[in-house]
Ligand binder design. Structure first.
Ligand code: ACM
Length: 535
């Protein structure tokens, strides 16, 4: 119970009254009582505050209706999303209809009124009594987050796409929840290996369950260019024609990309597209000879070395190219960020690198977007709005901390904690180990707001868990590397640090296992977690 003491007392009293009213009214049914509802403490990320009501249970039934804020098409869509998940498993009709008046009806209500202002734009309040479930939020994103909590409070069978026997109890009480950091991200490298739209959508659905709200797509690298650019068509057609190991590659048409953006938006996830430069650009350099300083296109590359390619920083055409590429990408991307990469530019002289990054920042700004770059960009002169994504393996980085002191916001992705492509241990067949091996304890055991010396909580925009794909070739591989570590990073980004507790986390995480099993999600059964039966 983490809600402030005085408020808790009040909540507990109200809930006790509600409970007695229900039981004396003859509520409850034997079948519902036979299944122990999922406790609030099983939700990942841990909720910021909760007051369970012992003995109170709401049971979703054949007569349950989902009421949504009547003036909000977004609330209606979230109601439809919840209904679609639950109809599949419960077989109930679960009609979605407009809420009327200010008092929630019996059933499930998703309302954009009455939430505490303290939960902000992304938080919510969830009240479960014997007769109703009410999610209240200030913004649709908060309603969506509340619905993710509700999903996790239902029995794992609720995630099934085929009708299950039930029952469908939800534990009674109140949750008041909001995120510690506004940015909670995942990154998928679609350049080293290409993944079809359906795979990206599935990953979006999986990360949404853990309240991740940004998906960064690493759209270009030495081995492949994955987004169609009308003004430079060879980038995708030729530069996207292979992958690490020499496979056929692939790329997203602009319509594919729009579809991903729209699907992500329906899950309250913002896409952050990355075009990595000036290094990691062999696919572009191979596609257009004139982008090379010597005018000669290198061959396509299917190995896994880094640091050998560079855009020609002294050529004016390079900046025309970047302006046109980012112009098209900005037009396709409703989110605020364009990621310019900037990492591992070993083939670019430091002075050229700084001048290049400074010029690219101006280009991105001219297209109305905010720059994100790997933390190497602090070696240039970051614009006040530029975000530096820390990917180092140490807890000290003087250039990053100096930039933070000057106001640069930092996105935390320490490679030895947050990189989902690192092996779990020496026996893991997928992945790499250059930043170490990362099991649950390591992924979870750090504090993003106090990890990097000189980079305090107020300098941290949030966290992101990158998945590089040199060794990753399928959805099953993605799932295996992301789960269970992605939820660990998501919890670091969402939950107040006061909830941080490895023992409790392992139990919470274990409770996700049966859910992932039902979802057909190929997760790693870490020996650091006690997985319950059915996992
Ligand atoms: C990186 O891992 N090169 C950002």
């Amino acid at each position: 119970m983490k809600i402030g003491g005085r408020r808790y007392a009040r909540v507990a009293l109200v809930l006790a009254l509600a409970t007695s009213a229900i039981w004396t009214a003859g509520g409850g049914n034997a079948a519902q009582a036979a299944v122990t509802p999922v406790p609030f403490s099983s939700v990942v990320p841990a909720v910021a505050g909760s007051a369970p009501a012992a003995g109170v249970t709401y049971g979703i039934s054949a007569t349950t209706t989902i009421y949504t804020e009547s003036t909000s098409t977004e609330a209606t869509a979230i109601g439809g999303y919840l209904a679609a998940i639950l109809r599949g498993s419960t077989g109930y009709p679960l009609p979605v209809t407009a809420a009327t008046g200010s008092t929630p009806a019996a059933g499930i209500s998703l309302l954009l009124s009455g939430a505490p202002s303290s939960v902000g734009d992304q938080g919510y309040q969830l009240d479960v009594t014997a007769t109703s479930i009410v999610v209240r939020a200030n913004q649709p994103a908060g309603l969506f987050a509340g619905v993710q909590t509700l999903r996790q409070l239902l029995p794992p069978a609720a995630e099934s796409t085929t009708v299950q026997p039930g029952p469908w109890p939800v534990a009674g009480g109140r949750i008041v929840d909001s995120p510690r950091f506004g940015y909670r991200g995942a990154m998928l490298d679609v350049a080293r290996h290409f993944f079809p739209v359906a795979t990206v959508k599935r990953y979006i659905d999986e990360i949404a369950l853990y309240k991740v709200n940004y998906l960064h797509l690493h759209l270009s690298d030495d081995q492949g260019w994955r987004i169609a650019v009308n003004s430079w068509p060879n980038l995708a057609v030729y530069g996207g024609s292979t992958a690490v190991g020499g496979g056929p590659g692939g790329y997203y048409t602009q319509d594919d990309y729009r579809q991903i953006v729209a699907y992500a938006a329906s899950r309250y996830i913002t896409i952050v597209p990355e075009i990595d430069m000036p290094g990691h650009t062999n696919a572009a350099l191979a596609s257009y000879a004139e982008l090379n300083c010597d005018g000669v296109a290198p061959p396509l590359y299917t190995g896994t070395d880094v640091g050998f390619s560079s855009l020609c920083t002294s050529k004016e055409l390079t900046y025309t190219f970047i302006d046109q590429v980012f112009g098209e990408l900005a037009a396709l991307t409703p989110g605020p960020y364009l990621h310019i990469g900037g990492d591992e530019a070993q083939s670019t002289q430091p002075a050229d690198y700084a001048a290049f990054i400074n010029r690219v920042q101006q280009i991105v700004a001219a297209h109305g977007k905010t720059v994100v770059g790997w933390h190497d960009v602090v070696n240039a002169t970051p614009l006040p709005s530029t975000v530096a994504q820390f990917w180092g393996t140490t807890t000290r980085n003087s250039a990053v901390s100096a930039a933070a002191q000057r106001g640069t916001k930092v996105l935390m992705s320490p490679a030895n904690r947050a990189y989902l492509d690192m092996k779990y241990n020496s026996r893991t067949t997928l992945g790499q180990n250059w930043a170490g091996v990362i099991d649950v304890k390591t992924a979870y055991g750090w504090d993003p707001g106090a990890y990097l010396s000189g980079v305090g909580e107020s300098s941290v925009l949030g966290v992101e868990a990158p998945l590089w794909t040199e060794t990753i070739t399928s959805l099953a591989d993605i799932e295996y590397m992301a789960f269970p570590r992605l939820p660990a990073i998501a919890e670091l980004g969402w939950s107040p640090y006061s909830t941080h507790d490895l023992t409790a986390f392992k139990t919470r995480l274990g409770a996700q296992g049966p859910r992932w099993h039902v979802m057909g999600l190929n997760y790693y059964h870490s020996t650091q977690v006690t997985w319950p039966a059915g996992s």
